[in-house]
Design a protein around this ligand. Structure first.
Ligand code: M6R
Length: 608
């Protein structure tokens, strides 16, 4: 989604803004722009396409000045084009960057047109620039103009504003879309996320919903939703800056796949005490809340939803706790029945996904409590949930989620154990599962060694239009996740089915042009799965089966078995994810797609 960067400093800010935009590229975008105040006037440059196109334009037409705002746009209203790119201006006086959607922009636009404003874009953002100009022309100072303008907007947004009459000043507003202030020494910044500002600061202030901030080089003032001046805590960024660099890898996605032995360990090691899960890891209030849980409602989107589906098998199968899982965009728009004692668990890498956040806000008054499993400290879901368990995966830059998913699974397993203690999970079972978890980093490491075999296998997919992914039990959501990864980055149509559904329809699709990927469980479903494989083979389908050696699935004509390490059944969904990530990666590389920033997608989906 759109990315915002802003800076006010003694030095010229355009380099800081450009680097900030590069670091926000991972969020997904289709045009980029910058506006810089040079002491007298605001100068603006915008380009359709990559940040590099803007950088090239800046080479020929440098923007120098000590305050500025910049933006990467992910089109919502109006196609990707230079005219629709941000910053948007009203005349020459005010420039605005915006992330989010203004729901009442058509109504506001009509009123502004009647007042004589001309529009040069199809965006919802341009109304903000004109509303600010109108307020200032009617006598408001520019801070009150922002406050009045924000009050007239419906929807979710984060804004950055500069004005030509306000030397070195930057105004920021947050309502529903993320925005963070970077606190420097004699310079201050704003951005959609911390990663954009790491070259210039490691101290951050997270704005709350409804906050408006005024920044100069030396001062930051924040007003809350009620117009009161408030102090917002300044926190230190903890991850090494190398976390945001590719290192020896060609793509962030591959780097993140290879980080999984380390990050899955980081997701559980400090949370285990005497071979049991320490429930204080969930927050001080966790124990009394968990004591009252009667059922679980999990809400998430995309990959995080797949993690939730696996948690359902664990919550119900291991712990005997009723557990429902639903995608946030469905759940929030239907009448729901929330039973007493419901723990609402949101799962999200970014902690800013608009639908997941809205679902939490909608049910807050009806649930026992909320827990979020999240990767971004200080994100909206973390701040608005009663409890949180951080996934500790470190920044995930590739749009395709990899390490965030496996660490979510680790956290969900920890959650199953602590709540499950109050239900069916005995201490002996908990110790046994914790002991199994200790094997996880080594098992992931071992499955990464399949990389070159999978690279070879990827050739069978690169020319195909369609593919089928099959799984059973906890490996069915893993098949869904494998299919999503392939779709996302290689643009091959991939469908996932529970293998038992094969003859209820999808078998009709199977022929030599439809590769079928299967993840084979080691449980009592194996024989049934083998029967499903026969059905595919008999119709000339080419099968790729990921199975351990004890599974006794044989390679043969049209059947390629890729050997997985043997492992405790509880770890299968986590470890079997790895080869499917590698497969999608290698297919995408063969096809030459943009692996880290696949077309049309955004990393953090902050609009619904
Ligand atoms: O940040 P979230 O986990 O809430 O994001 C949810 C989805 O948008 C996300 O998982 C998406 O499906 C990924 N690009 C999948 O790789």
């Amino acid at each position: 989604m759109c990315g915002i960067v802003g800076a006010t400093a003694e030095r010229s800010v355009s380099g800081i803004l450009l680097e900030g935009l590069r670091r926000l590229e991972y969020r997904g975008y289709d045009s980029a722009g910058m506006a810089v105040w040079d002491g007298e006037l605001i100068h603006r440059l915008r380009r359709e396409g990559k940040v590099q196109a803007l950088a090239d334009a800046l080479d020929g037409q440098p923007l120098t000045g000590s305050a500025g705002i910049a933006h990467t746009r992910w089109a919502t209203h109006g196609k990707p084009s230079e005219h629709n790119a941000h910053p948007h201006m009203s005349g020459t006086s005010v420039a605005v960057v915006h992330n989010g959607i203004i729901e009442n922009f058509e109504e506001l636009k009509s009123e502004l047109m009647i007042s004589g404003y001309n529009f040069s874009s199809q965006t919802d953002t341009e109304v903000i620039a004109h509303l600010l100009d109108q307020a200032i022309k009617s006598g408001a100072d520019h801070l009150s103009a922002v406050k009045d303008t924000v009050a007239s907007l419906d929807g979710a947004f984060a804004l950055g504003v500069i004005h030509e009459d306000k030397p070195g000043e930057l105004i920021a507003a947050r309502q529903g879309s993320p925005l963070v202030i970077g606190v420097g020494i004699g310079e201050n910044f704003i951005a959609s996320d911390q990663l954009a500002l790491l070259p210039v600061t490691d101290r951050f202030m997270f704005l709350e919903e409804g906050d408006i901030a005024h920044l100069t080089r030396d001062e930051i003032t924040v007003w809350d939703i009620n117009g009161e001046i408030v102090e917002r805590e300044v926190t230190q960024y903890k991850h090494a800056t190398s976390a945001t660099e590719k290192g020896k890898f060609k793509h962030f996605m591959m780097k993140e796949i290879y980080e999984q032995p380390t990050v899955t360990l980081a997701a559980f090691q400090d949370r285990i005490q005497d071979a049991l899960v320490n429930e204080r890891a969930f927050g001080e209030q966790a124990a009394p809340i968990f004591d009252q849980v009667k059922q679980i409602q999990i809400i998430a989107c995309g990959t995080s939803y797949h993690a939730g589906l696996i948690a359902k098998y664990w919550m119900e199968g291991l712990a005997g706790i009723p557990c429902h899982v639903e995608v946030a965009s469905e759940y929030r728009y239907r009448p729901v029945v929330i039973q007493e004692g419901t723990l609402f668990i949101s799962i999200s890498q970014s902690g800013e996904t608009a639908d997941t956040l809205a679902a939490l806000r909608d049910v807050k008054d009806q649930i026992l409590a909320s827990l979020t499993i999240c990767n971004v400290p200080g994100s909206s879901l973390v701040r608005e949930s009663d409890l949180c368990l951080m996934t500790n995966a470190g920044p995930e830059i590739g749009v395709a989620s990899t390490k965030a998913f496996t660490t979510q699974l680790v956290c969900l397993l920890l959650t199953t154990l602590v709540i499950g203690r109050r239900f069916k999970i005995t201490e002996a079972l908990e110790r046994q599962i914790v002991e199994s978890m200790m094997l996880l980093p080594a098992l992931i490491e071992e499955s990464l060694q399949m990389d070159s075999d999978i690279e070879l296998m990827s050739q069978a997919f690169a020319e195909k239009q369609h593919s089928l992914f099959l799984g059973r039990g906890t490996l069915y959501p893993i098949a869904m996740e494998g299919a999503l990864k392939l779709k996302e980055i290689s643009y091959i149509h991939a469908e996932a089915y529970p293998a038992g559904e094969l003859k209820h329809g999808p078998l009709a699709l199977v022929d030599k042009d439809m590769p079928v990927v299967t993840v084979a469980p080691r449980n009592d479903m194996l024989d049934k799965l083998k029967a499903n494989l026969q059905e595919v083979s008999a119709r000339g389908g080419e099968l790729f089966v990921f199975a351990g050696c004890t599974q006794k699935v044989q390679s043969g004509e049209g059947v390629h078995v890729l050997g997985m390490p043997d492992m405790p059944e509880i770890l299968e969904p986590i470890v079997y994810t790895i080869p499917l990530q590698l497969l999608s990666y290698h297919v995408a590389v063969l096809k030459g797609t943009d692996v880290d920033q696949p077309r049309n997608l955004a990393k953090s989906v902050t609009v619904e």
